[in-house]
Design a protein around this ligand. Structure first.
Ligand SMILES: Nc1nc2c(ncn2[C@@H]2O[C@H](COP(=O)(O)OP(=O)(O)OP(=O)(O)O)[C@@H](O)[C@H]2O)c(=O)[nH]1
Length: 178
C-alpha cells in the first residue's frame, strides 16, 4: 500500500505548550525553556491498521483573538489540534475563536479537530491555578463533537491516543467514536 501523507497543525494562544506537546509527541522529550515559535514542521511516521502514514506536524506561532490566520493553514492542513492551557482562561477563549475562524474559512463544514488542555501537571500541583475545569472543556468538546484530553507535555501524560486520535485526524472523517 502506498504511504499516505497528512498534515496536522497545532494552534492556540502563546505559551500554552504547542511546541512542548509537539516535541514530546514527535521526539519524546520535554523542553523546559520558552522560545516563541515562528513555525516549525516535524515528521512522524505511524502505521495504522496496516497503512503507513507520514504526518507533517506543524507547530504554529501562537495566536490571539486578533490574529489573521494564513491561508496555508486552511488550504493544506487536514486536521487541527487546538491547544489551550488549563491554567489560562484566556487561552481557552482563544481556541474557541480559532475554531470559529476555521469553520468560517472552511465554509462551515465540520473540521477534524482535537481539543487539548495542556499543563495538567500545574493544576495537579497547584489546584488554585486551574482556570478551566475538565468538565467545562468536555462540554465544549461535546458541542463540537470532537475528542478532548488534558495533557502534560512535562510529565508526558496523555499525549494523544496515537492510533485512535491520529487515525481520526488522518482520515478527516469528522466523526469520532468516543
Ligand atoms: N508545567 C508545564 N509546563 C509546560 C508544559 N508544556 C509547556 N510548558 C512550558 O510552558 C512554556 C511555553 O511552552 P511552549 O511549548 O514554548 O509554548 P508554545 O505554545 O509553543 O508557545 P508559542 O511559540 O509562543 O506559541 C515553556 O516554558 C514550557 O516549558 C506542561 O505540560 N507543563
Amino acid at each position: 500500500m502506498p504511504i499516505r501523507q497528512r498534515k496536522i497543525a497545532l494552534m492556540g494562544f502563546r505559551s500554552v505548550g504547542k511546541s512542548s506537546v509537539t516535541i514530546q509527541y514527535v521526539e519524546n522529550h520535554f523542553v523546559d525553556s520558552y522560545d516563541p515559535t515562528i513555525e516549525n514542521t516535524f515528521q512522524k511516521n505511524h502505521k495504522i491498521n496496516g497503512q503507513d502514514y507520514v504526518l507533517d506536524v506543524v507547530d504554529t506561532a501562537g495566536q490571539d483573538e486578533y490574529s489573521i490566520l494564513p491561508q496555508t493553514y486552511f488550504m493544506s492542513v487536514d486536521g487541527y489540534i487546538l491547544v489551550y492551557s488549563v491554567n489560562s482562561r484566556k487561552s481557552f477563549d482563544v481556541v474557541k475563536i480559532i475554531h470559529d475562524k476555521l469553520l468560517d474559512m472552511k465554509g462551515n463544514i465540520k473540521v477534524p479537530v482535537i481539543l487539548v488542555g495542556n499543563k495538567r501537571d500545574v493544576a495537579e500541583q497547584f489546584p488554585g491555578e486551574r482556570e478551566v475545569s475538565e468538565d467545562e472543556a468536555k462540554g465544549l468538546a461535546r458541542k463540537w463533537e470532537v475528542p478532548f484530553m488534558e495533557t502534560s507535555a512535562k510529565e508526558h501524560e496523555n499525549l494523544f491516543r496515537p492510533v485512535k486520535d491520529i487515525h481520526y485526524l488522518a482520515h478527516c472523517t469528522c466523526t469520532y467514536d468516543s
